[in-house]
Unconditional design. Structure first.
Length: 593
């Protein structure tokens, strides 16, 4: 390639980075839909929340009110209170309506669920590209995208059929970090404020990150009063965006003083924080000590006001009973710290965040005498916070890996050219490969392949097989040979059941419906007579079991001799009549008399 061609190529990469990033996204989308086509074909919504998201979209398209997010296919006729918003429903519903123009509704749903999760990936790729262009080099964005596509935990949230809201929140997180390092103060503040408002309007999972972003912007202002336009733009966009998000998307149920969604509780916090920060930016005293004092007072006012007006939110936001917390929430694996998980799971998740943290430290040090110091410092604080979040819950892994990409890209930008230009061919080839594996975090996945493996025992294999087979589309679809009715079954099986079949169920794993969840637990763990009363009270006329499914193991372990344990040992009470299913079905179905 001659110098002229090389110069043209680099200019195109720099000038047309947005179009080229979107072109790369299109290629990734086509690849994932093609490679995961069987998942699309069989509507393999593997997570309970993905199934419930589709049910919410179906209900809305079927005429249910915009602000009514109660799921009436669970616990009929009352329904189940779902604390989500309609934001994520919009692209799924739009794609279903579009594909209906060319195919059946069933295939329209399949195609929408296959493609919709990849839509927020385009925003994420743009956010990551913008960040590394601002911090590292205008041509660094292709390397960052390669590293992003190698993040297993992050990319899992964008794969076909992963239609729940996590991908959209990660997209907003990528815009947040891009806004933190934006050289244009007002634009950067607006980006952080709006991204935080959208994320919190979707759900509160990213609340700690939104709070940290606001704290970082306040610290930037404390350090340099010229940051006042950035802080005021952030304050207005956060408060205004939160108010608009609440008005447009808050469900009827979210007008109550709850702590688990954007309700009047968190709306008050967002508006109050925005107002206070705007006042601070407007006053903008010259002395740094005074700015620090005012920021500290504002933080204390917000915290004290929250504790005074919303004391019910000082504990767990779900607000469930102690019994349900002990039997359910405390046992959710993804809510446990990373160090409580097996090394083979934890190491690949933590590798890239550690590399990325090292990278942002190097970047901050390199920029210590330059204009980019504040931007690097802001991103470094954010990455350090995201990495530390792994010590709280392993579900922070996707965010930690995403935020590690800029730091890893910097290390790659430094190391890889050194290897590639080395005079020795062995170093050019071997060093480049090893360097890439190290800075991308992919070395962790290679290392664990050579570690001793604890082979699952026969019991674990049975549980894994049952948990996978019982939610298969063809297995559950066979239940439609019976007239539509309410089926009493496991909590974790119910969302998939109502998605695939025309039957209703009782409870899904959604904390606002704690009474229904406890009813299912009490039925399976209590006596047969108690179970009969609970099932009849809910109007269920069939009982569906998946022997050896992971949830069933809890009932047997907690209540030996209980109703489910008796059924597992073949002791069927007289009020249950076995119903036929296909010979290969892993399910057991009973008529309730």
């Amino acid at each position: 390639m001659n110098n002229y061609s090389r110069g043209t190529w680099t200019r195109d990469l720099e000038r047309h980075w947005i179009a080229l990033t979107l072109l790369a996204w299109l290629g990734v989308t086509i690849w994932y839909v093609w490679s995961d086509w069987n998942m699309v074909r069989w509507l393999s919504l593997g997570d309970t929340d993905d199934n419930m998201r589709l049910m919410q979209v179906r209900a809305w398209l079927g005429g249910q009110g915009w602000y009514d997010l109660r799921q009436y296919r669970l616990n009929p006729p009352v329904g189940a209170n779902i604390h989500w918003s309609r934001i994520v429903d919009l692209p799924i519903a739009g794609m279903i309506l579009f594909f209906r123009l060319f195919t059946s509704n069933a295939w329209a749903e399949r195609l929408a669920c296959g493609i919709a999760p990849l839509l927020p990936l385009s925003i994420t790729m743009l956010g990551v590209s913008a960040t590394v262009r601002r911090l590292i080099h205008p041509l660094a964005w292709p390397l960052a995208l390669i590293f992003l596509l190698g993040t297993a935990a992050t990319m899992l949230m964008f794969l076909p059929e992963r239609i729940d809201h996590h991908g959209w929140q990660l997209a907003m997180l990528s815009l947040t970090v891009a806004g933190l390092c934006d050289g244009r103060g007002a634009r950067g503040g607006i980006m952080v404020g709006l991204a935080s408002a959208v994320s919190l309007s979707i759900g509160l999972e990213m609340l700690p990150y939104a709070a940290m972003a606001g704290a970082i912007l306040a610290l930037r202002w404390v350090w340099d009063r010229a940051e006042a336009p950035r802080l005021s733009a952030y304050a207005l966009s956060l408060g205004g965006g939160g108010a608009l998000g609440f008005a447009a998307f808050a469900s009827n149920a979210n007008y109550e003083m709850r702590c688990d969604a954007l309700t009047p509780v968190w709306l008050s916090v967002m508006v109050a924080a925005g107002a206070l920060l705007f006042v601070l930016a407007w006053i903008n005293p010259a002395a740094r000590a005074v700015r620090f004092g005012l920021a500290a007072v504002a933080g204390v006012v917000i915290a004290a006001g929250f504790a005074h007006f919303f004391p019910q939110c000082l504990g767990r936001p779900e607000g469930v009973s102690p019994e349900l917390q002990k039997n359910w929430l405390d046992n959710v694996r993804e809510a446990k710290p990373i160090y409580k998980h097996p090394f083979r799971l934890a190491f690949p998740i933590a590798a890239l965040p550690i590399v990325g943290l090292l990278g942002v430290v190097v970047g901050t040090w390199r920029a210590r005498r330059g204009a980019a110091l504040i931007g690097w410092t802001a991103v470094a604080l954010f990455v350090a916070f995201a990495t530390a979040m792994l010590l709280w819950q392993i579900r922070a892994g996707p965010a930690a890996q995403l935020l590690a990409v800029p730091g890893a890209t910097l290390l790659g930008w430094i190391i890889l050219p050194w290897f590639a230009n080395h005079r020795l061919m062995a170093v050019r080839i071997g060093g480049t490969v090893v360097g890439f594996l190290l800075v991308s975090g992919l070395f962790a996945g290679l290392i664990i392949k050579y570690l001793p493996v604890d082979r699952p025992n026969a019991y674990t294999k049975r549980v894994n097989r049952a948990s996978g087979n019982c939610v298969r589309y063809t297995v559950l679809k066979a239940l439609d040979r019976y007239p539509a009715q309410t089926i009493f079954t496991f909590v974790d099986l119910s969302p998939r059941l109502i998605t695939v079949t025309h039957h209703d169920a009782i409870a899904g794993p959604y904390h606002r419906n704690g009474d229904a969840i406890l009813d299912v637990q009490h039925a399976f763990q209590g006596s047969a007579d108690q179970a009969h009363g609970i099932i009849r009270r809910h109007g269920a006329t069939m009982l569906l079991l998946c022997p050896n499914m992971s949830e069933s193991t809890n009932y047997r372990a907690r209540a030996p001799g209980g109703f489910y344990d008796q059924l597992a040992h073949g002791k069927v009470p007289a009020w249950l009549t076995p119903l036929p299913l296909p010979a290969e079905s892993p399910l057991r179905l009973f008529k309730v008399d």
